[in-house]
Design a protein around this ligand. Structure first.
Ligand SMILES: Nc1nc2c(c(=O)[nH]1)N[C@H]1C(S)=C(S)[C@@H](COP(=O)(O)O)O[C@H]1N2
Ligand SMILES: [Mo]
Length: 368
């Protein structure tokens, strides 16, 4: 009997009450989030950064691997890792977040990788500026976009593909956009894109193409699968708006210690210094407010300097006088432009960019 790729792929859909499926559990077990206690580090230690891989991690032999630079260029290039490393080296600290972060908190819940709030991490990425490589190839400045192709291959919604995403040419020329070969001073790990990945500070994760094998300068906007998938839509078939830069978000490090199953926090009565991290890809976070009563009242937190890292999260602290009883903690980031986090969801079919405020249930009880 004939079988087609459509037979093994699922249409996009929302949960109709059946809950997280086995298929979503398999995705969630492969693609882990940051343990929220790791928000205490300025730079997320290797292995604690979140992970999102659509298909399989490709096995790449660094001796055989080459990056092709093609399309609207004066001279196409084929670069090995050693040649790339001869170009000027740059390190940028970047907070990266999956566009699907917050998806599992939407109602109805779009069926896909079921992130709550943990699809984020901050790393020191080292590599070369993409614009240096584009200049070396003599890229045509009238080009519309730059298209990036990964070495991974799969099927999505019945469409067989290499993972591909494009960037507008103007974004590709920002000097902090990197072709990175190191993460936190180590060669990229296989799961983070070895040997080379794109890093686009300020943009949601899907733009940061891993396992790069080709860069093509193109005359027309790319309309491939991953470009069409990441759009804010209410209905199937709607054009929708492209998902690009990271919406503001603040997360509190859950205080005290957890209950194993519910992960409800247990805190002793008294003064507790709450801490957390806040970030945005749409202009720097200028203010963080904290609520200890489930969002009824808000007070300003103390925000640390960004200390020369404009693309990384900022730490905040808040003194909480914890009285016995049940409490719900939340934090809310606001940028200089007044861009902030909603207390209720802004629903879309893909479950993208849901930056509704976090809720951390806490019980304050005396010790044994
Ligand atoms: N080639 C390739 N690049 C990719 C992906 C992928 O599946 N294949 N996933 C993207 C998505 S959706 C995210 S959120 C980030 C995750 O990067 P990380 O796993 O290093 O945190 O990689 C992006 N780059
Ligand atoms: Mo993602």
């Amino acid at each position: 009997m004939d079988v087609t790729l459509a037979d093994i792929s699922r249409p996009g859909r929302v949960d109709t009450g059946e809950g997280i499926s086995g298929e979503e559990l398999a995705l969630a077990a492969r693609n882990h989030g940051i343990p929220l206690e790791a928000l205490r580090y300025d730079v997320t230690p290797l292995g604690l950064h979140y992970l999102l891989i659509h298909y399989d991690i490709p096995l790449v032999d660094p001796a055989e691997w080459r990056l092709a630079v093609s399309g609207l260029v004066a001279g196409p290039l084929t670069l090995g890792l050693a040649e790339l490393k001869e170009l000027p080296r740059r390190t940028v600290r970047v907070t990266m977040e999956c566009a699907g972060n917050g998806r599992a908190r939407l109602e109805p819940r779009p069926v896909s990788q079921p992130w709550l709030v943990e699809a984020v991490g901050t790393a020191e990425w080292t590599g070369v500026s993409l614009r240096d490589v584009l200049a070396a190839a003599g890229a045509d400045h009238d080009a519309a976009e730059v298209l990036f192709t990964g070495a991974d291959h799969g099927v999505e919604r019945g469409v067989e593909q290499d993972y591909q995403r494009s960037l507008p040419f103007s974004e590709a020329l920002r000097e902090e956009v990197l072709l990175a070969y190191e993460m936190n001073g180590q060669p990229l790990a296989p799961q983070h894109g070895f040997p080379l990945r794109l890093v686009v500070p300020g943009w949601y994760g899907m733009a940061h193409v891993k396992w790069l094998r080709e860069i093509e300068v193109v005359a027309e906007p790319f309309t491939g699968f991953q470009q069409g998938a990441y759009r804010l839509r209410q209905e199937v078939g709607e054009a929708g708006e492209a998902v690009t830069r990271i919406s503001p978000r603040a997360l509190v490090v859950p205080p005290g210690f957890p209950d194993f199953m519910s992960r409800t926090r247990v805190v002793r009565p008294g003064t507790v210094t709450l801490e957390g991290r806040a970030w945005s890809g749409r202009g720097p976070v200028e203010r963080v407010d904290v609520s200890v009563d489930g969002g009824q009242t808000w007070s300003a937190a103390v925000l640390a300097e960004s200390a020369g890292h404009p693309w990384a999260w900022r730490r905040f602290t808040f003194e909480w006088h914890a009285a016995p009883g049940r409490h719900v903690l939340s934090a809310r980031a606001t940028t200089a432009d007044g861009d902030s986090q909603p207390e209720t969801q802004a629903w879309n079919r893909g479950g993208f960019a849901n930056n509704a405020v976090q809720e951390v249930p806490v019980v304050v009880v005396d010790g044994p």
